[in-house]
Structures are given as structure tokens and as C-alpha cells.
Design a protein around this ligand. Sequence first.
Ligand code: DQA
Length: 146
Amino acid sequence: MQEILLLSGPNLDLLGTRSPEIYGSMTLEEHVEAARSRAAAAGLSLRHLQSNFEGDLIEAVHAARETSAGIIINAGALTHSSWALGDALAIFSGPKVELHLSNPAAREPFRHVSTLARVVDGSLAGFGALGYVLAVDAVAALLAAR
Ligand code: DQA
């Protein structure tokens, strides 16, 4: 069975209590479970890693070259600063989807830059919890088209 790796960056471990007016009230675990169910319905497994450390996420992307068919990444604020994480994702050859609960383009100017946009197949932002399900659908469709 092909695996999707779902990566969650800094501060996403606090979803549920962190700015619920922006990010909603669901916990990260609840988002992961929704994504995992959707993946299972498409015949895919889903593994999740959350880290507050940039290097952990970079190493997870490196390791995914051996284990995972596709990557969904909500890199949190590293989206706006980490050229290194973007470079790591560029090395991964499977489908890649950038995901955000909120719509960074409609927020503070520093969130308008994405260092990942240049290396992913596409981005989903502003759909709240639905984004996790849509991201799985996107990776499943891209895998099926290969
Ligand atoms: C986020 C948007 C980022 O700008 C922010 O730093 C986050 C969450 C989102 O899911 O909307 O941590 O990635």
C-alpha cells in the first residue's frame, strides 16, 4: 500500500487552543484522523509527523524518499522563512501539496511569501479542516495520474 506522509510544522501541535478564531477548534490529532480516513478510502496509508524543529522536518522529507509516495505539508510559519525546507522538498520526486488552514494571502504581509510554493505541485489554503481531506484527494489523484 502506498503511503502519504503528512508533515506538520511549528505550533500546529497546539491546534484546538491556538487562535481558534483563525485555525478552528479541531485538534491536530482530529485533522490527522480525518486525513487518514480519507487516505484509507482511497487505498492509501497515511503517516503523520509534527515537529517544532526545522531540521526534523527536513530529515523527514529526506527519509520519505524511501518510504512515501506523496507528501502533504503544513509547515506553519516555516512556510514563510525556510528556504532549506523548500530545497528538501525539491529533492522528493512524488506529489507534494502545501496545506494551510487559514488563507495566508489574506493575512499579514510576512505570510504572503511561501518558500514552498516553488517546489510543490499545488497549494490549498483557507479551507479550514476541509483542507486536510482535499489535500489527500489531491495527492491520491496525482498518484493515480502517474
Ligand atoms: C498556517 C499559516 C501560517 O502562516 C502560520 O504560521 C501557521 C499556520 C495555517 O495552517 O493556516 O502556523 O500554516
